[in-house]
Design a protein around this ligand. Structure first.
Ligand code: SF4
Ligand code: FES
Length: 307
């Protein structure tokens, strides 16, 4: 079956075959992106299309006929390439990788992501490949819990070092707070110079929590309001208070009234209450309560505020 994904630019194209589907895509398109355009599902963990791919987890491994499997999220399509995304070898590798990653995870019933928003990607893969906690593997739990932030819980044992939070913090929000520290098993994410999160320069924007695929970074309930699954949240149209463009913002949800809140205007990039995110509808601070004097809506302006 031949299928053409129309190039978005005048750039040269390449033609390859993925699971028997012939695809023509712009040169440089990754196997993951081409497969997605063709409706072929390749599981990912470290990849999120909002960030540059880094290819660290290898969950997206596919067979390109080479000596080793290739990471679909970073490997570009090549002319004449024949890709198999779900052979027995590929699926066995993914199942083994999932079992290894599960070794240090907390019990499912205690997982703070699975028991609140219910969107733990690693646990979803564990169910798909029918692997459990790999009790036969030595478990090295002990990288620690960081409960120093009033609204974000950090469980380093549940971290799979996918660097999604690092890219969310650095590339999306531009806060540059999260990095890596340690070597070997002691490797873990670090805030500033390995400070407790609550004592670091973190502004508690929540982007890392939204990016994390496991229960390593999770929201704590505020004022005993339960954290609800995304499927139970409703979205509303609104405008950027800085550039006044409607529907030009990405949204977060108020856990109190369920309203989705702007996070940053896509057009002017204005950060919209990035550190405390006051819900403009129920007037409740969703992350940190600002001083009462600050709890007023800012006047629209076309200038980007200094952060
Ligand atoms: S804390 Fe979450 S997002 Fe960050 S590296 Fe660990 S698993 Fe990935
Ligand atoms: S999803 Fe491709 S290497 Fe992690």
């Amino acid at each position: 079956m031949a299928m053409t994904v129309p190039p978005k630019t005048d750039a040269p194209t390449v033609t390859c075959t993925i699971d028997g589907v012939e695809l023509t895509v712009p040169a440089g398109t990754t196997i993951y992106t081409a497969a997605k355009e063709a409706g072929i599902d390749i599981p990912v963990l470290c990849h999120d299309e909002r960030f540059d791919p880094v290819g660290v987890c290898r969950m997206c491994a596919v067979d390109v006929g080479g000596r080793v499997l290739a990471a679909a999220c970073v490997r570009p399509c090549e002319d004449g390439m024949e890709v198999t995304t779900a052979s027995e070898t590929v699926e066995r590798q993914r199942a083994t990788l999932t079992a290894l990653l599960m070794a240090d995870q907390p019990p499912v019933e205690e997982d703070p992501k699975e028991t609140t928003t219910g969107d733990n990607l690693l646990l979803a893969l564990a169910r798909r490949y029918e692997v459990g906690h790999a009790e036969q593997l030595p478990q090295g739990r002990g990288r620690g819990i960081d409960d120093s932030n009033p609204v974000i819980h950090v469980n380093h044992d549940a971290c799979i070092l996918c660097d999604r939070c690092v890219r969310a913090c650095d590339d999306l929000q531009g806060n540059d707070v999260i990095g890596r520290s340690g070597k070997g098993y002691a490797s873990r994410i670090a805030f500033d110079l390995n400070d407790p999160m609550g004592e670091s320069t973190c502004v508690t924007c929540g982007e890392c929590v939204a990016a994390c695929p496991t229960g390593a970074l999770t929201n704590k309930p505020i004022r005993n309001v339960p954290i609800r699954p995304r499927s139970e949240l409703k979205s509303v149209d609104s405008v950027c208070p800085y550039c006044r463009n409607p529907a030009e913002a990405s949204f977060l949800s108020c856990p109190h009234c369920g309203t989705k809140l702007k996070q940053a205007c896509r057009r002017c990039k204005a950060p919209l209450e990035p550190s405390w995110r006051l819900c403009p509808y129920c007037e409740t601070a969703t992350v940190q309560t600002p001083p009462a004097a600050e709890r007023t809506r800012r006047e629209p302006t076309t200038e980007r505020p200094v952060r």
